[in-house]
Design a protein around this ligand. Structure first.
Ligand SMILES: Cc1cc2nc3c(=O)[nH]c(=O)nc-3n(C[C@H](O)[C@H](O)[C@H](O)COP(=O)(O)O)c2cc1C
Length: 188
C-alpha cells in the first residue's frame, strides 16, 4: 500500500468555484474573488462566503448585508484573478476587469452581465471564525443568462457556459461529463 504523509491542518477541499462577488450599490460597487464559498441549505436556499475582515469588500457587505455571487467562466479567468489580487480601495475593478454592471433585482448590488449566473443574497448571520468571517446568507433570486436557455426544451444549459474551477492555486476549465446524478444505480 502507498504511504501517506500527514500534514498540519489546512484547507484542501478542491476543486472549488472561484466566484466573483459583487457588493455595494450600483454607483459604489466593488468586486472580490472568493473561493471559500458554497451551498449550505436547499430550502430555504442558503449559501455562504468567507471573507477576511481586512478586505475592502468586507465592510461593504457588512454595511448593506447583501452581496451577489457571480459564477465565472474560462473567458472570465483573467478578470477573476485580477479581482482577487487588486483592491477596490485603489482601483475601480469593474473598469479594470472590463466587466459590465447589471442592475440588481432583489438586492442593491449590481450583478456581472458577463457571468452566466448570478445569485443575489441577503446576509442572515456573520460568524466569526478566525482569519475569515463567514457570511451566511439566504438566496433572494437567481439571475440566469437567457442565451443559455434551450428554446425547445426550456432547459438551462449551464454545461455550455464554460464554467471554470479553482484547484490548489490554479484555474481550470472543466472536462467532459462522466455521469449524471443517480446514473450509477440506473438500470441499463
Ligand atoms: C482565486 C482566489 C480566491 C480568493 N478567495 C478568497 C476568499 O475566499 N476570501 C477572501 O477573503 N479573499 C479571497 N481572495 C482574496 C481577495 O479576492 C483579494 O484580497 C481582493 O484583492 C480583495 O479585494 P477588496 O480589497 O477590493 O475587497 C481570493 C483571491 C483569489 C485570487
Amino acid at each position: 500500500m502507498p504511504m501517506r504523509q500527514e500534514w498540519k491542518p489546512g484547507t484542501m477541499i478542491y476543486p472549488l468555484p472561484a466566484v466573483i462577488v459583487s457588493c455595494g450599490d450600483f454607483d459604489n460597487a466593488n468586486l472580490i474573488t472568493v473561493a471559500w464559498t458554497g451551498t449550505i441549505c436547499t430550502n430555504p436556499a442558503m449559501c455562504y462566503i468567507s471573507v477576511r475582515p481586512e478586505r475592502h469588500s468586507y465592510e461593504m457587505i457588512r454595511e448593506r448585508m447583501e452581496f451577489t455571487i457571480n459564477l465565472t467562466t474560462e473567458s472570465m479567468a483573467r478578470a477573476t484573478d485580477r479581482c482577487g489580487v487588486k483592491s477596490g480601495r485603489d482601483i475601480d475593478k469593474w473598469a479594470d476587469a472590463a466587466l459590465t454592471k447589471g442592475r440588481g433585482h432583489k438586492v442593491s448590488c449590481p450583478y456581472i452581465c458577463e457571468s452566466p449566473l448570478s445569485i443575489e443574497c441577503r446576509v442572515k448571520e456573520i460568524m466569526r471564525l478566525g482569519s475569515h468571517d463567514m457570511f451566511i446568507a439566504e438566496v433572494m433570486s437567481v439571475l440566469a443568462d437567457d442565451s443559455l436557455i434551450d428554446p425547445e426544451t426550456g432547459a438551462f444549459r449551464l454545461d455550455k457556459a464554460g464554467l471554470m474551477a479553482y484547484s490548489h492555486g490554479a484555474y481550470w476549465s472543466l472536462g467532459n461529463e462522466i455521469g449524471r446524478f443517480g446514473w450509477s444505480v440506473k438500470k441499463k
